[in-house]
Design a protein around this ligand. Structure first.
Ligand code: AMP
Length: 405
């Protein structure tokens, strides 16, 4: 079914077209009609399924044209708040609706003046929103559409209580759109309290790995991981690689060693300042950095078009994070590869992930490489010099090598 059959207004259809979306994704097909009819929606959908437009389009349509602050979107991280703000602003570009965001780590001045100038939609993280509520710089009395996004991650980062206080400050008569990758009991309880007779939507159970992603594991040991990473990078014709580290300290260390090996690397984790995080993300998106090393919380939900590879340097601690991490690649109909480096002491976690996703993950071997044995480092081939391209991005001149699966 095309977008034109969903009952969206002309300016929003133009916005969709300008974004280059062809057909609605499954979550959009299922969520947009009931949301447009004014119903509450609870959707469990993986990231990368197009859920932002699934809530943004009906919310923007309900607002119609510029007026009071009538739509509040809550996000667990600053990066997501920025990303969703950008998507909503892009979709609303042919309307006169004003979209802004408020999140911590930056000054209050610009946010106060944006709020004063009159916003229809605010995309916010709970902590900074509560500060503004206390200071009286924002009022939620006219909110008609409340969007709670990535609710399971809100819980992980300790935002459940602030989120409940914020919901309680919104009018009781409102439309609530609720998105969470998983629905553990605390979240189901919150949904029961915040939603009225919602339409329930489940897209590809939160346990499944996006079908566009080819994924596999390389067995190694802790001492061999960095060499294995270098060997993988050298053997892979990547556009942009997201490397996941379990800890912030680990992410810094991996980035430092990669830089020492002439890779251009950005780092994203919660200990970095807001400016550093923005610079890292922007640099990675623009192709200035071919590699970004990140921790789970920082990278959750981040949408970087064209992430060609995800490498789990450390195996995720929570099995559901495996699905989220490798969901960073292969987003929106693109294909991607995801590799996990598994040390001997991580085999139990690998088994837990395989149980969670209900599938055995392929064991891979690097062809023609010195695969590290216990206690050794892999010998990486020399990385060829990168030729500059006209668009300013570094173009790999490496020959694509295949992996034996
Ligand atoms: P999301 O799950 O909302 O983060 O979206 C993931 C990616 O899919 C984003 O880059 C969106 O711009 C893109 N996207 C969303 N809807 C569509 C669509 N109908 N067709 C193609 N791409 C889409």
């Amino acid at each position: 079914m095309p977008f034109t059959k969903l009952g969206l207004s002309k300016p929003l259809l133009e916005g969709v077209q300008a974004m280059g979306y062809g057909e609605p994704t499954p979550v959009q097909l299922r969520a947009i009609p009931p949301a447009l009819a004014g119903r509450d929606v609870i959707a469990s959908a993986q990231t990368g399924t197009g859920k932002t437009a699934a809530f943004a389009l009906p919310a923007l349509q309900k607002l119609g044209s510029h007026g009071k602050l009538r739509c509040l979107v809550l996000e667990p991280t600053r990066e997501l708040a920025m990303q969703v703000e950008t998507s909503m602003r892009d979709l609303a570009r042919f309307t006169d609706l004003k979209v802004g965001s408020i999140f911590g780590g930056v000054g209050y001045g610009a946010q106060r003046s944006a709020l004063r100038s009159g916003l229809d939609v605010v995309v916010a993280t709970p902590g900074r929103l509560e500060d503004h509520l206390q200071q009286g710089t924002i009022k939620l009395d006219h909110v008609e559409v409340l969007v709670l996004d990535e609710v399971d991650r809100m819980l992980d980062v300790g935002f459940l209580a602030p989120m409940k206080r914020i919901i309680a400050k919104c009018p009781k008569v409102r439309q609530t759109l609720f998105f969470s990758a998983t629905l553990p009991p605390e979240i189901a309880e919150l949904a029961g309290w915040a939603l009225r007779e919602p339409e329930r939507i489940e897209i590809g159970a939160g346990r499944s790995v996006a079908s566009m992603v080819k994924h596999g594991v390389y067995l190694t040991d802790q001492g061999g991981k960095f060499g294995m990473l270098l060997a993988l990078l050298a053997a892979t014709d990547y556009q942009s690689v997201l490397v996941f580290s379990r800890t912030k300290h680990g992410a810094d260390r991996i980035a430092k060693r990669l830089r020492a090996n002439n890779h251009s690397v950005a780092v994203l984790h919660a200990n970095r300042s807001q400016n550093q995080r923005i610079e890292a993300l922007e640099g990675f998106k623009s192709g200035r950095y071919g590699i970004m090393v990140a921790t789970d919380i920082a990278a959750r939900g981040i949408d970087v078009a064209g992430v060609s590879h995800v490498i789990n340097y450390d195996i995720p601690v929570h099995p559901e994070d495996y699905v989220h991490r490798i969901g960073r690649t292969g987003r929106a109909q693109r294909t991607g590869d995801a590799f996990t480096l598994v040390a001997h002491d991580e085999m139990k976690k690998l088994a837990a992930i395989e149980r969670f996703i209900g599938q055995k993950i392929d064991r891979l071997h690097l062809e023609g490489q010195n695969v590290p044995k216990h206690g050794e480092e892999a010998v990486a081939p020399r990385r060829p010099k990168l030729e500059p391209r006209l668009d300013g991005r570094a173009a790999p001149t490496r020959r694509r090598r295949t992996f034996r699966r």
